[in-house]
Design a protein around this ligand. Structure first.
Ligand code: ZN
Length: 142
């Protein structure tokens, strides 16, 4: 397993880039608007992982509610797993509370699932099944 990406909720991607891009020195590999999830996303590769900046596009969206409740910060950690069905079954059999009982298809065609933060020390967990093709994935945003 590896950490595929860290999702960080911010009120403004442009403002966050003053730190992550300009001060820290990361590079933005792509921007995307995921209407279904109500977010704009900027991806910044870090080695084999990425930072995923999440900016809400409207009130009432999950990331907007997260910002209102908890302020900017770490929104989720995404682990890449070889077989998402096996990973979910293992979690289920050990009593972890799942948000997605079944994998769903995220943007980019990747299979993803979310695990409730109550199961994982307060941080939302995203699982993504490793893709068979090596190109950097663009998808599975929250
Ligand atoms: Zn994500």
């Amino acid at each position: 397993m590896k950490i595929d990406h860290l999702g960080i909720a911010v009120p403004s991607i442009e403002e966050a880039l003053a730190f992550y891009r300009d001060a820290l020195g990361l590079t933005v590999s792509g921007y995307e608007t995921v209407e279904e999830q109500g977010v704009n996303v900027a991806m910044l590769p870090v080695g084999e992982s990425r930072v995923e900046l999440l900016e809400p596009i409207a009130e009432g969206t999950p990331v907007s509610r997260f910002l209102q409740k908890r302020g900017p910060g770490l929104h989720h950690v995404c682990y890449s797993v070889p077989d998402i069905e096996v990973a979910l079954e293992r979690l289920r059999s050990r009593g972890a509370r799942l948000i997605d009982e079944r994998p769903r298809v995220g943007a980019g065609g990747h299979l993803i699932a979310f695990v409730h933060p109550s199961a994982s020390g307060g941080v939302l967990v995203e699982l993504v099944q490793e893709s068979n093709h090596p190109e950097p994935s663009e998808g599975e945003f929250v």
